[in-house]
Write a protein that binds this ligand. Structure first.
Ligand code: GCW
Length: 666
């Protein structure tokens, strides 16, 4: 049967290994609810039943009385070792037991057991237990009320606002299942470039209907809010956060939200960024704005996530430093309900960025890590790029702010600076396409994000293997060739687009394809030449003390490593240094030769990806095989486009021939 990708990784097809099936069959004849059947516990039992029946090919009854052997017991019971959301799946003398302190924890345990069976593990003496390291694990949709998605490449928005609240698209429930299966517990439904409309009574009814579908899966809804909403829909002359009428307006709106959606998650705010309104319009700062919203939330459980993605048009400055300059001085000024949401890197979701200097620099403020799953700068839904390595690279980066080992992960999970709240956000790559993400492998990015949000110590390779086994095939040689492609894909993409720390040289506004020559735009930091600074002497942005000195924003341990071109890893080199064309790098080649070598080997590697994919063909669904194979052909064509455009353009500065062995573009 052709697989259209709709089921994502939740494929409960019968296990082909009869021995394995048999081994599990005896353990899973029925499911017993030992605790009150709340909607979430009932959901957990239903999902487990659906999954096990499919995987094992036998009926699995759900009841509330233990009867006979092979029953799986679901039980909500306090267990300090599991935190608030942790689960334990274990073999007891009378069969398998799934426990956790809340019904959502038990739901996570059910998905863990299903994952175990589905990836082909043997039953044995089971003891799986895990708890999330980060509390708020969110997807951020950049979806607009008119059905478009900002930077969305998988069709239109999956939220059908014009049908809600009366009609509930069945897709919402499948979306909830997919999220719950990887531990995502919150979703921001709308774009950070927000419409005020979501705060109207009409829309709150719609939001409540979506919340109703997500609730049994342990998922809360959040909204992005337009700072100017009091003016736009409230009829007030101002949205100054210190104006009592503005405060009153937000408090009243918030109370109405909670009347409609009692477990509403909270607000996400993009303010004074890229033309969005904000408290600075009234001479106030980000903390004034965030704290006013926190006050409006009052006793309600919700939180404010205030984004730090800000920069102003400034030809002389360095955009790299701006968020730091605006936010770092506000550390300690935010109310307890406020978290500041920081992108992984200082510019904007480039294919490789150094970690954002705010991590570790605001110890009194919980920082949410924002990563982008939609591939705005990584080839949309056309290029195969598995983002596990990108997310891990940021999480594992050492900020050195409290000595070596002060990783971004420890800042984000709250352990380094002793915060009791913590959060992570992934900008969704999901749309109305039948397979949700456009590129079938985009599903792996949604999956990997959720798994890392739950446990950032998991390895990116373990996750790609898990995803492949759940989604594509369990045939070992195919799994090996596919996972090699996934694991290498991000480095390959970097090589043929922006090697050695080049950044922001893509096509203007659309953010696709190469445009390193771009020198005119509405603002200097929306050009390419602002970032690569190519001239006859060399290439790269000098961010040392001789240049913009952005390196000074980092702790000494980082500054020393990156500040010296000899010790700066080649992957970050041009982020921080203007390097002479003939300068010899640690790789043994001159800058020019290394640059060309990377562009060429990157583009060639796409042919390797194609061969690897072809090797897996016998084990794959034919439609899916062809879909990805075709996209890989586009990817190669476009890798050559990137390679040739960039090499030829930079050659006008370097005035050097290609290193021997490389064929010049024609
Ligand atoms: O990456 C840039 C995008 C904008 C986006 C903005 C942001 C939502 O090009 O489309 O707007 O970042 O993150 O706010």
């Amino acid at each position: 049967r052709a697989d259209d990708g709709y089921r994502l990784w939740l494929k409960y097809d019968q296990l082909s290994d009869a021995g394995l099936r048999k081994a599990w069959q005896g353990q899973a004849r029925g499911i017993v609810l030992e605790s009150a059947a709340t909607p979430t516990l009932q959901t957990a039992a239903n999902e487990l039943q659906l999954g096990l029946q499919g995987l094992l090919g036998q009926p699995v009854a759900v009841g509330n009385k233990a009867g006979g052997k092979g029953q799986i017991r679901l039980r909500v019971a306090p267990n300090p070792a599991l935190g608030k959301e942790g689960y334990r799946v274990s073999t007891q003398k009378n069969g398998l037991e799934i426990t956790g302190p809340t019904d959502a924890a038990v739901l996570y345990g059910c998905y863990a057991l299903l994952r175990h069976v589905q990836t082909g593990q043997r039953p044995g003496n089971l003891s799986l237990s895990s708890q999330p390291r980060i509390q708020y694990r969110l997807l951020n949709h950049w979806d607009n009320p008119n059905g478009t998605v900002e930077r969305g490449y998988a069709g239109s928005s999956m939220w059908k606002w014009y049908e809600l609240p009366e009609r509930i698209d069945p897709r919402y429930q499948d979306y909830a299942r997919a999220n719950a299966s990887i531990g995502i517990n919150g979703v921001v439904l709308n774009n950070v470039n927000a419409s005020a409309r979501y705060l109207t009574t009409e829309y709150l009814q719609k939001v409540a209907a979506v919340a109703g579908v997500l609730r049994p899966y342990g998922i809360k809804v959040y909204l992005s809010v337009l700072w100017a909403a009091p003016k736009v829909i409230g009829g007030l002359p101002t949205s100054d956060p210190l104006d009592p009428k503005v405060k009153q307006w937000w408090t009243a709106r918030t109370n109405e939200i909670y009347k409609t959606i009692p477990d509403f998650g909270g607000f996400l705010v993009k303010a004074n960024s890229e033309g969005e309104p904000g408290p600075q319009d009234y001479g106030r700062n980000h903390a004034d704005g965030a704290n006013m919203l926190a006050e409006a939330l009052g006793q309600h459980e919700g939180v404010v996530m205030w984004r730090a993605f800000v920069y102003k048009a400034n030809s002389k400055g360095d955009r790299f430093k701006e968020a730091y300059q605006e936010f770092q001085p506000l550390d300690g000024k935010f109310a307890p309900k406020v978290l500041v949401q920081v992108k992984n890197g200082p510019i904007d979701f480039q294919s490789r960025e150094p970690f954002h200097p705010l991590f570790g620099a605001m110890p009194r403020t919980p920082l949410v890590l924002e990563v982008q799953l939609t591939q705005e700068y990584l080839g949309f839904a056309t290029h195969l790029v598995y983002l596990g390595p990108l997310i891990k690279e940021c999480l594992e980066a050492d900020t050195h702010t409290q000595g070596p080992g002060s990783t971004v992960a420890k800042v984000v999970d709250g352990s380094l600076e002793k915060h009791s709240v913590s959060g992570i956000a992934g900008v969704a790559n999901i749309g109305s396409d039948r397979n949700w993400t456009g590129h079938p492998v985009g599903q792996a990015n949604w999956y990997a994000y959720g798994r890392l949000a739950w446990d950032h110590t998991l390895s990116s390779a373990a996750i790609s293997e898990e995803w492949t086994r759940m989604t594509l095939t369990r045939e070992p040689t195919a799994v090996a060739s596919i996972t090699q492609v996934l694991n290498q894909s991000r480095n390959i993409y970097v090589r043929y687009t922006t090697p050695l720390g080049l950044h922001h040289i893509m096509g203007q506004s659309i953010h696709y394809g190469p445009e390193p020559w771009l020198s005119q735009s509405a603002r200097p930091d929306w050009t390419s030449v602002y970032y690569h600074k190519a001239d006859s002497a060399g290439l790269g942005f000098d961010r040392t003390a001789r240049g913009s000195n952005a390196l000074a924003l980092y702790a000494p341990g980082v500054r020393q490593l990156w500040g010296n071109p000899a010790t700066c890893p080649p992957d970050y080199l041009l982020w921080f240094h203007h390097v002479g064309w003939k300068q010899q790098l640690s790789t043994g080649r001159t800058l020019w030769n290394e640059l060309c070598t990377r562009y060429y080997s990157g583009a060639d590697s796409v042919l390797w990806m194609q061969r690897q994919w072809e090797q897996a063909k016998p084990a794959l669904d034919p439609e899916l095989y062809t879909d990805v194979a075709s996209r890989l052909r586009i990817q190669h064509r476009e890798a050559l486009w990137w390679r040739d455009a960039c090499v030829l353009y930079f050659q006008t500065f370097s005035r050097q021939p290609l290193p021997s062995g490389l064929t010049p573009p024609t």
